[in-house]
Design a protein. Sequence first.
Length: 201
Amino acid sequence: MNSSLTQELSAKGYWPAVAEEYFQQEKYSRAVELCQIRLAENPDVISGRIVLAKALFKCGQFDVSEEQFRKVLQKDPENLVALKYMGDLIFRTGDTARAFLFYERVQKLDSHTSGLSSAISEKPIPETKVLTLRKGEEKSSEQLDRLREIPFHTETLGDLLLAQGHPRLALRVFREIAASGKSPKLIEKIEMIEEDIESKE
């Protein structure tokens, strides 16, 4: 939902849009409260459940957030927002391989979803048991390096990382594959990524 449409629907009293405005204003507790009240009356409103799940995620209530996103996917298996957040939720647990299955589904459904790209090196949100908004400590470079560790290397994974806006990680994957056997196509891809990175620096 874009911002102008959200404001228009909110002004007309459409409650998922009102909740989305709370979310955009970082009033996550208010968004959660409104969604819970209205979903109790209308449990099939997917747009409202998505706002609820996103707000719970921002509050650090990851288990409950995942439960809500799974309910969305039961009704709408191709919901891009739910798939992307499921990837983020699973990625933060360290299960990189399973997380990338969700990111790959997003990429296959819409290869232009740059707005849904995930910052793989970003610090995880601290988990909380209550609805509080806490800012976690900055991660050390060593911890960030651990987040960047990739347990498997395939060309498909490299392509996915590249499409999601992570050229350096993709380059690392391609270099690892190229080291085990020469492939003119792969070497050409590596050179193109290197040139692109250099041109942006």
